[in-house]
Design a protein around this ligand. Structure first.
Ligand code: ZN
Ligand code: ZN
Length: 306
């Protein structure tokens, strides 16, 4: 491991230790597991995922690649996983879905987990189990593990409204705006002590503002528009067109937060995430600061939002 990687991991561990020490017992926790945006693998940030922990129950929003390992790095025991929500079926948000279950299966994951998300969630789940069938069948025989399929309960959602309300946790979905995807969602968690909204991928959307009204925390995706508007933009024109039409410039993210009246805005899903000429932390924050007076946090992997 090179020095910078070691320093990075040490920094992440320190953040985590500090977060744990400062979180009052019993409080709903929010941990950012991955804060990159877009499907290509990144060196400094993991793919999108958030963990919300209520008591000893873990709720996961999105399953970016490597989410199973991010849970381990965050010190969150996989056997406490209760529900998984997928915002939309872009690969940066679901590539870790199958591996999450395949790799958590067995002794660690012993009770069924409900999964909520847009179609084709049920078909995807079936195909993933088929793809993994060799390993699953082998381990069931060789290691006497239980079947994996009954531990995953996929539920497809196609409209806004309440997703579930149990164990003191109410989750509500809003259809956000992430063309050309028809079913793309933002989710709001209301727990006994905290309200947390995850925007998913979206351009600035009234539905997200309505969902986030008065929330304690809004985790919102963020785009730095000028980076892609340059004549020498580093992506093909079709990709740039998609990015500008379906994501939210960080200035507008701040306007969304202000209009919703949230207390804390967390920037995440950075587009671009990295690169020699990518915006600096200061540039992201400065653009947001012009339009939102509340607390603004620049998301980092494994950072707990207190
Ligand atoms: Zn995305
Ligand atoms: Zn997307």
């Amino acid at each position: 491991m090179n020095l910078s990687r070691r320093a990075f991991l040490a920094g992440a561990t320190l953040l985590l230790a500090r977060a744990r020490a400062d979180t009052p017992p019993g409080r709903t926790r929010l941990i950012l597991l991955g804060t990159a945006g877009g499907p290509t693998p990144k060196a400094r940030r993991a793919a999108p995922s958030q963990a919300i922990v209520v008591g000893n129950r873990i709720y996961l929003v999105d399953c970016g690649d490597g989410v199973a390992r991010q849970l381990v790095l965050a010190g969150l025991p996989i056997q406490q996983l209760r529900k998984v929500l997928i915002t939309h079926q872009h690969s940066d948000h679901n590539a870790g879905y199958g591996p999450l279950f395949l790799l958590s299966w067995g002794a660690a994951l012993s009770r069924p987990v409900d999964v909520y998300g847009p179609p084709p969630l049920i078909e995807m789940t079936r195909h993933l189990l088929e793809a993994y069938d060799y390993d699953i069948t082998l381990r069931m025989k060789d290691e006497e593990r239980p079947p994996l399929a009954p531990l995953i309960r996929p539920h497809e959602i196609t409209r806004a409204g309440e997703v579930f309300n149990d164990d003191g946790v109410r989750v509500t979905a809003a259809l956000n705006e992430h063309p050309p995807i028809q079913y793309s969602f933002a989710y709001r968690f209301d727990t006994p002590d905290r309200s947390i909204v995850i925007s998913g991928d979206t351009r600035a959307a009234k539905s997200v503002i309505a969902l986030a009204k008065g929330a304690d925390v809004l985790v919102h995706e963020a785009l730095y528009r000028e980076y892609f508007e340059r004549p020498d933009a580093p992506q093909p024109p079709a990709v740039v067109r998609h990015i500008l039409a379906s994501h939210t410039d960080v200035a507008d993210v701040a306007r969304v937060a202000a209009e919703a009246g949230v207390k804390t805005l967390v920037l995440s899903h950075f587009v671009p995430t990295e690169g020699a000429d990518a915006p600096t932390d200061e540039q992201w924050l400065a653009k947001a600061r012009e339009h939102f007076e509340g607390e603004i946090i620049l998301g980092q992997d494994l950072l707990e939002i207190r």
